[in-house]
Design a protein around this ligand. Structure first.
Ligand code: ADP
Ligand code: MG
Length: 905
């Protein structure tokens, strides 16, 4: 706890505006002022500066957790009938100054002690107002997914139960915090997706009893070793749907409490009553899961959103009476029993002391109550404490000890942590399903392709066979025909020859000449016929050849179709590989995110006083542990390794992803990386700064604006980056974002970035010319102290640089801050209650006042009075002296003081 507390105190202090109220401002000099000196000191002491050549000190780390101090209100009960009668002649022992949030406890007739609280509630304060200042902010946090605790502490009879537990049956205006809190919760949630679960318990003599089931009288406390969350699995949990059933439950609990106390022979004032309300809200990704299971690729990106469930727990504790029980004997208890009765309460006091002093050991394990409240005090919760006191001087000692308890509790700082869970399991399941679908689809296509190839080659083979057969048949036919023709003509010739032989035996001479010439003619004819037959055969042959060619060509067409199919297959395979790569990137990203979550949790666990084993079932932490063992370089080495695995370029490319959720995740990862000095240069080199600036101008999403402004603020910590930001038009973009933002945290980040830029000597003119100062001043419209503190820091940085430039002679003329009209706001806030704001402004005023050119405007603007005040009252000696020196050395200031006849030297 100790480390975390100092690390985050920088911001925590901004929340606790009242806590840092300066003790020197007390007007009553006679009273000894017992405010939280040490808290105020720790608030004003700046954290060790990170590397910066320009003197800007605040590192705006984008943290998943927000720190907050325990808020403490004091409530005074009106005099009761008895007190009205018996104390009529005595004045009350307390005097309240609600407007100053102060309480004076009379020590004696002439002297009193003054205390400050976050809220001082008089005897006239309505239940509604008490709820609004004490519990409403806690309830709102619970609805946002934080743990929240509201407790009442005080002597018996001072109104703890009145404040927390009244049902308001007879008068609705009398309803207490429990009833009002449930009313608010029920009206905020949506019944279809969200749930509210209630348990009601009593803790007496270190035993936890179930007020909703009296037979259940020894409930044990369970701590989740991973998250440190506290739960009571043995207690009755009732789901609440409407206000009436909740009231019924409280009545039932009250009746059981009465019965139990009768049986145990005790009063309820000796026991603690604990109401636990668990709120679960679904905030996103409800409809994202299903569509992909039918393998619809086009929706792939949209479906990669893990659903988010926010779990908040509200614990309301009506503590046992804080008075010491010397009366134990009268209640029939032995000394041992008496000790046990108040064990929990005294353990609570010890824990608060340890936390308030930042002690390394907080004895939470000493009692059931402190174990139960482990995550409320000094844990990860927003906590409000109302201390109740009575007016009677007879109980002055009890009242005083109650007040001291409240004062110590005000020093306890909590680390708020949102309990939001990404549904990684179902995302990973969905990714698996997608992968399997793709594999199956791929197999199907491959099979179809193979079948098609087989079919085509079979067909081609058939055609070839057929063509060959046809060709062979035709050839055979021709051959037979020629053979026949040949045989026939030979036969004819033979016959003719025989005939001729016969004729030449009868008579020779003329007749034989005639027949010879006839024969020649006939042979010629035959020959001609022969030639024409051959020609036809040749024609037939070429015809067949042509047909064969045609067949071959069609076959070739068949194989080109095969080629085409093969190409399609290749591109399908490539596409599949690409998808697999994308899945791998997303899985890496997931790894990175759950690693970050793991790291934060481990840090928290380390800082708590209980050793918590590592998440056993988380693959990330397993992998990381292995890496740690292997490399032996500790946490940083494994961050670097994981970072390498995912690749900065990949993460940066996701900043431009179409899916807004992916973009948000990516920008958060970049912001977290940018918080580490070692990564800043790499991010800027890889073009991350340009991407972040682009997001600031292109995106409409407030979360993206907030986170990227935070990342830019972190990058703006060193001079080189500051110049780059300015060169890339960053101030213009930040100014536009500042004008459009409404969320105080976004404005805080933007103001922080500009404040860092303000600390660079070289950028003064450009920053001003491009509207940087005006943008800063514009942001004061949001009155949130965190934003104002950053604005004040920017102004102080700017004034310091200007002052340096004037001293060196490189700047002449009035301050640009005055030119741009900042003086009015500076003067107004010079005495702001929040010390970070005040401190920066005091510095700015001193810087401005050092140069005579500014003096006249400062006199007109009323800054002279503030300087006088600073020189007298400021708790920081160096500033006090600076103010004094400035006042005495400026002729204009001296002249004005003289004119007003104010002696000042
Ligand atoms: P505790 O729980 O601290 O023992 P109770 O809440 O029971 O004290 O209050 C004691 C008595 O004082 C009750 O009768 C209650 O009604 C009354 N009481 C307490 N606070 C107030 C208040 N602010 N205004 C009016 N009556 C009060
Ligand atoms: Mg009570």
């Amino acid at each position: 706890m100790a480390n975390t507390a100092t690390n985050y105190r920088n911001y925590g202090s901004n929340n606790g505006t009242r806590s840092s109220l300066n003790s020197n401002k007390s007007s009553s000099s006679s009273s000894s002022f017992k405010s939280k000196a040490s808290a105020a000191n720790s608030v004003s002491s700046a954290p060790p500066p990170r590397r910066s050549s320009t003197g800007s000190v605040n590192a705006l780390k984008y943290d998943p957790g927000v720190p907050g101090r325990v808020r403490v209100a004091v409530r005074l009960r009106p005099r009761n009938a008895e007190e009205l009668a018996s104390d009529a002649d005595f004045a009350d022992c307390v005097e309240l100054q609600p407007e100053l949030k102060r309480l004076k406890l009379r020590r004696n007739n002439w002297d009193s002690d003054t205390y400050e609280f976050d809220e001082v509630l008089t005897e006239f304060s309505s239940q509604k107002r008490v709820y609004e200042v004490v519990a409403k902010p806690v309830v709102e946090s619970v609805l946002d997914g934080y743990n929240g605790t509201v407790m009442a502490y005080g002597q018996t009879g001072t109104g703890k139960t009145y404040t927390l537990g009244r049902l308001g049956d007879e008068d609705t205006a009398a309803r207490g915090i429990m009833v009002r809190a449930l009313e608010d919760i029920l009206s905020e949630i949506s019944p279809e997706t969200d749930s509210v679960c209630v348990s009601y318990l009593q803790l007496y003599m270190e035993t936890i009893q179930d007020l909703l089931d009296p037979s259940n009288d020894n409930i044990s406390i369970l701590e989740d070793p991973k998250t440190g969350d506290i739960s009571l699995p043995g207690a009755t949990h009732v789901e609440i749907r409407d206000q009436e059933s909740f009231l019924e439950l409280l009545r039932l609990g009250e009746a059981h409490r009465f019965a139990a106390n009768t049986k145990l022979n005790t009063e309820s004032s000796r026991s603690h009553a604990i109401l636990m309300v668990q709120v679960k809200r679904s905030i996103k990704g409800r409809d994202s899961a299903v569509s992909n299971e039918n393998g619809d690729k086009s929706h792939m990106h949209r479906t990669l959103k893990p659903g988010i469930v926010r779990k908040g727990k509200l614990v309301v504790v009506d503590l046992a009476g804080s008075e010491r029980i010397d009366k134990s004997g009268s209640e029939g208890h032995t000394l041992e029993e008496a000790k046990s009765i108040n064990l929990s309460l005294s353990a609570l006091g010890k824990c608060i002391n340890a936390l308030a002093e930042n002690s390394s050991h907080v004895p939470v394990r000493d009692s059931k109550l402190t174990r139960l409240l482990r995550d409320s005090f000094g844990g990860t919760a927003r906590t409000s404490l109302v201390v109740t006191i009575g007016p009677s001087p007879r109980h002055r000692a009890e009242t005083s000890s109650t007040i001291s308890f409240g004062q110590r509790a005000m020093k306890v700082e909590n680390m708020l942590k949102i309990k939001e869970e990404f549904d990684y399991k179902s995302l990973s399941r969905r990714l698996d399903i997608q992968l399997e679908t793709l594999i199956a689809e791929h197999e199907r296509r491959q099979k179809a392709f193979q079948d098609e190839v087989d079919r085509l080659s079979l067909e081609a083979q058939k055609r070839i066979d057929e063509a060959e057969r046809n060709f062979a048949d035709a050839l055979e036919k021709e051959r037979l025909k020629y053979q026949n023709d040949y045989v026939e003509s030979i036969q004819k010739l033979k016959d003719q020859w025989v005939l001729h032989q016969e004729n030449s035996g009868d008579g020779r001479g003329k007749a034989s000449v005639i027949s010879a010439s006839e024969q020649v003619t006939e042979v010629k004819l035959l020959l001609e016929k022969e030639v024409s037959i051959r020609k036809r055969a040749e024609e037939e042959l070429s015809n067949l050849k042509y047909q064969l060619m045609q067949r071959e060509r069609s076959e070739a067409a068949g194989s080109s179709e095969i080629l085409k199919l093969r190409k399609t297959l290749e591109s399908e395979t490539q596409q599949k590989e690409k998808l697999e790569e994308e899945i791998a990137i997303l899985q890496n990203q997931l790894l990175q995110l759950s690693f970050e979550a793991d790291k934060t949790r481990r840090q928290l666990d380390q800082n708590g006083d209980v050793e918590v084993p590592n998440g056993i079932d988380s693959p990330v932490s397993q992998a990381r542990n292995q890496q740690l063992q292997e490399s032996g370089h500790g946490e940083k080495a494994s961050v670097a390794k994981l970072f390498e695995q995912v690749g900065l370029q990949k993460i940066l490319s996701l900043l431009e992803a179409e899916d807004p959720d992916v973009r948000i995740h990516a920008v958060k990862v970049v912001a977290n990386l940018a918080a580490e000095e070692t990564n800043q240069e790499k991010i800027v080199e890889a073009g991350g700064l340009a991407s972040l600036l682009m997001l600031l101008s292109n995106s409409d999403d407030e979360t993206i604006h907030r986170v990227s402004a935070g990342a830019i603020a972190n990058l703006a910590m060193n001079e080189t980056n500051q110049e780059l930001i300015m060169a890339q038009g960053g101030i213009g973009l930040l100014s536009i974002a500042a004008a459009n933002a409404e969320d105080p945290q976004t404005l805080r980040m933007i103001a922080g970035a500009i404040a860092n830029l303000c600390g660079n000597d070289k950028l003064q003119m450009k920053l001003r010319d491009e509207g940087g100062i005006r943008a800063l001043l514009g942001m004061v419209r949001c009155r949130h102290p965190d934003v104002l503190a950053q604005v004040a820091r920017g102004i102080a940085n700017f004034a310091k640089c200007e002052s340096r430039a004037s001293t060196q002679g490189s700047k002449h003329g009035r301050s640009l801050l005055i030119e741009d009209g900042a003086l009015a706001w500076i003067v107004q806030n010079a005495n702001n209650d929040a010390s970070p704001i005040r401190r920066h402004i005091e510095l700015a005023l001193c810087h401005l006042a050092q140069h005579e050119v500014n003096a006249k405007d400062m006199v007109i603007g009323g800054a002279l009075w503030e300087l006088v005040r600073i020189s007298r009252e400021c708790t920081r000696e160096d500033i006090r002296i600076l103010a004094h020196r400035t006042l005495t050395s400026s002729p204009i200031f001296q002249g004005e003081l003289k004119r007003l006849r104010i002696g000042y030297n």
